[in-house]
Design a protein around this ligand. Sequence first.
Ligand code: ZN
Length: 170
Amino acid sequence: MTVTTVISAAKEFGVPERYAIMRRLTFLQPQIKHLEREIWAAQRRIERSNDPLVKALTESFIKDQEKELRPLKREATALLNHVNGKETVQAPGGITPEMIDQARQYPITSIIDFPKGRHRCCPFHEDSNPSMALYDNHVHCFVCNRSWDSISATMELDGVGFREAVLALQ
Ligand SMILES: [Zn+2]
């Protein structure tokens, strides 16, 4: 499904565009959350296990789950960006610089936990050696060669837009 499919269906059935998008999102989001939870649990199993067979099987399980997750997240992000684009036009200033600061200060370890100190496996790719490091209130992955703050980590993990992430972190 694409944004265009949802919008043209809304038009065809005389349903407000925003309503159709929100309905589709309430269908997608629990599936995304479920797959993300499965992947996180599997990553923990890999971290804990010393059995190469268990590790290999769990890695292939993660790969399958990620394959399922990717298109769902892509669609949810596209739908949210569409809604956000519309909302920015209708209600400028919905989020303030203070709200953005507040969201940036939200503890990133409540979003990506670091149970073993300052390093962990990166949740954004298949990672069997901890590639992600915690600095102040942001994280950096040396494999992805990218950094995330609380806002960008929420956007990527939850498949939401900037505005949604800022609101979620208040
Ligand atoms: Zn990474």
